[in-house]
Write a protein that binds this ligand. Structure first.
Ligand SMILES: Nc1ncnc2c1ncn2[C@@H]1O[C@H](COP(=O)(O)OP(=O)(O)OP(=O)(O)O)[C@@H](O)[C@H]1O
Length: 298
């Protein structure tokens, strides 16, 4: 099959998946506002607050000189169930901060706790969603097998695995695509599989590193809407990295602005007191956009 035809088919399949997801979402929104609130309360009670104090990170200099300080004395508290955005210019250290919270980057100094525990390594309470789904999906496994992978590792029994994968495949709008392989999916669909797989493992905290950065504008917008819906449905804590102010304002409850590196820190935090779904034509949206833009024009 020609590349153009594969692309067209992929696009058609994705559009159909998006239509189904939007329809399911519309039905769910009416049903789940109460349970979502209850789940968010439960998450808060479970104590997955992220507490960062005076956190610094330096990398050794490649040429053997002075270490390069990427983050200097970052202070931040993210409450359980919050949707927090890390916004900053390219190279300021957003991914490094996310990696520190994930536990796969070692801190140089300071304190980083999730709940009562100091973060020293990755853990099942924290899952990372990367920009490129390709590098995280197993190409030889189907959508369902990819989503169930972590559950298999945990030796979850087949009927329960099936129920969980059904739920999350449905939640990301991929019902009907369970038996496809990653090569048969569009970029947006692969990103949905990555999200479903992470959600199936039920981490309290989702760490998302520009997860929609590689998608076209339309798919990106759909995924942003879906993510807000999933976050409200599940009550997870989300920390989402982006350098796109509009994306930050569409998604976040609070936006932490990182100063340009080196020695970056969180210089300001904005509360986004706008109802979901956010409307980019809303004058309050514009005003906040202009204020945040001001940080980067200086
Ligand atoms: N393992 C590493 N060793 C040495 N330097 C690193 C390492 N990882 C990142 N850096 C440096 O740390 C700085 C911050 O990188 P990081 O990827 O955290 O920034 P970012 O804000 O996420 O950038 P972008 O928006 O472009 O993805 C960069 O100067 C980068 O070169």
């Amino acid at each position: 099959m020609g590349t153009a035809m594969r692309k067209a088919q992929g696009q058609a399949a994705e559009e159909a998946a998006e239509r189904r997801a939007a329809k399911a979402a519309a039905m769910r929104t009416a049903r789940t506002s109460e349970p979502a609130a209850a789940q968010q309360r439960q998450a808060a009670e479970a104590g997955h607050e992220i507490d960062i104090q005076q956190l610094s990170k330096s990398y050794p200099h490649a040429g053997g000189g002075e270490p390069q300080e990427i983050l200097r004395e970052v202070d931040l508290t993210v409450r359980s169930g919050e949707f927090f955005i890390l916004l900053g210019p390219s190279g300021c250290g957003k991914s490094t901060l996310l990696g520190l919270i994930a536990g796969f980057v070692a801190k140089t100094s300071g304190r980083l706790r999730v709940g009562e525990r100091e973060v020293e390594r990755p853990g099942p309470d924290r899952a990372v969603v990367f920009q490129q789904a390709d590098s995280s999906l197993f190409p030889w496994l189907t959508v369902r097998e990819n989503v169930e992978f972590g559950l298999r590792m945990k030796k979850t029994k087949a009927p329960e695995r099936r129920a969980i994968s059904d739920r999350y495949i449905g939640l990301v709008g991929l019902t009907g695509h369970e038996d496809k392989f990653p090569r048969e999916l569009s970029g947006g669909m692969k990103q949905r599989v990555q999200l479903a797989r992470v959600l199936a493992n039920d981490p309290a905290i989702l760490l998302m590193d520009e997860p929609f950065g590689a998608l076209d504008a339309m798919t990106r917008r759909t995924m942003q809407r879906e993510l807000v819906r999933i976050w409200r449905d599940t009550g997870k804590t989300v920390i989402f990295v982006t350098h796109d102010i509009q994306e930050a304002l569409l998604l976040g409850g609070r936006i932490g602005i990182m100063s340009p590196g080196p020695s970056s820190r969180i210089s300001d935090i904005y509360d986004v007191a706008l109802a979901y779904p956010r409307d980019i034509a809303d004058p309050a949206f514009h005003e906040l956009h202009a204020r945040i833009q001001g940080h980067f024009d200086e």
